[in-house]
Design a protein around this ligand. Sequence first.
Ligand SMILES: [Zn+2]
Length: 395
Amino acid sequence: MVTDMKKSTIKKKLNKKRLILTIILIILIFIIIYMLLNNSKNNNLKVKGYSNLEIKEIEKLTKSEIDTILKYDYNENLIYIIKSDNYNPNKLDMYLKYTLKYKEIEYLKIFELVNNKDFNQDKIDEYITLLKSYNDVNSIVKYVNDLKSKNIELNDFTISIINEKYFIDDHINRYLNYYNDHTDLKPSEIITRVNSNLDFTFYDDSNKADLSKGMYTLVNKFYYLDEDYVPDDLVDITGIYARDKAQLKKVAYDNFIKMADTAKEVGLTLKVTTGYRSYNFQSTLYNNYVKIDGVKNADTYSARPGYSEHQLGYSADITNKNNVSFDEFENTDEYKWLQENAYKYGFIQRYPKGKEYITGYVFESWHYRYVGKDIAKYIYENNITYEEYYEYFLR
Ligand SMILES: [Zn+2]
């Protein structure tokens, strides 16, 4: 009986030992499997091309993040991405997918794009196309979504319009409408025309000139001055600088004198025939032209009262020492010199050849407008009109 009991106790003890051993063995097997798996993950990362240092960083991520990384080829920006303050593990897949797909785009921009709260995966190609010309990710995303809400399709044409140099967000609908009526025009031509308001009608669709722009105020067939508008600080131009007597705003006067003095050094004479013109004077002038030529013709070379830039005081009609007529001025050395030098004194040729459809005036070789040196230089170098410059940079 006693021996039987002893036997049974020994048996129990043995069973217990076996059980413990089995458990240890199972744990050991798990550990080995885990280590093997882990090692193979390391190896996989190595095979992808990640360095030991990079792998060390990657190993700090969760298993599912590492699995995501293993789905893609080596990504040289991965470490920067996962260590960034704005890193979002849920977006890791997109970071990797798009930085690899669009290697030509700086990864930070794509990172920022994917992080944007309004980011829409279906629009990624459009965003990226825009990223090539725009730096500001936020405005691109907002923009693409705005278009969507306006039911504007972002096709090749809209993208080429958007990528144009003088594209203005606010005008997108006007560009597209204008294009519908003028499908023969190139995107750049659509931009030029709409930015110059040519989708509106001269005079009929005009507004008061924005005098808060000071010396940059635009006066043309869309922007007029009131009848009683008279600029302050007008200065008389007399003597060798004027044909008879004229007036200009002080700043325009000072720069005209400098320009005329420099021209004098190379044997040329610049004289102002008309500077400032009052509303009433313009009224008489224009009405006379209408009597002779009719409204349609008069409108091509004379401004209606209120619509003349001369009323601003920054414009000068120029002639030479022989007092050649307007028509002849184009053939003078003075005109040639002005073409190359006027911008250095802040003057632009206001109604150039080839831009008649924008300005609404025939080519006026004699008419110059003071806009300051920086703007004059830009307009000279980029061969644009003041209409285009004003709309894009100043309005
Ligand atoms: Zn003029």
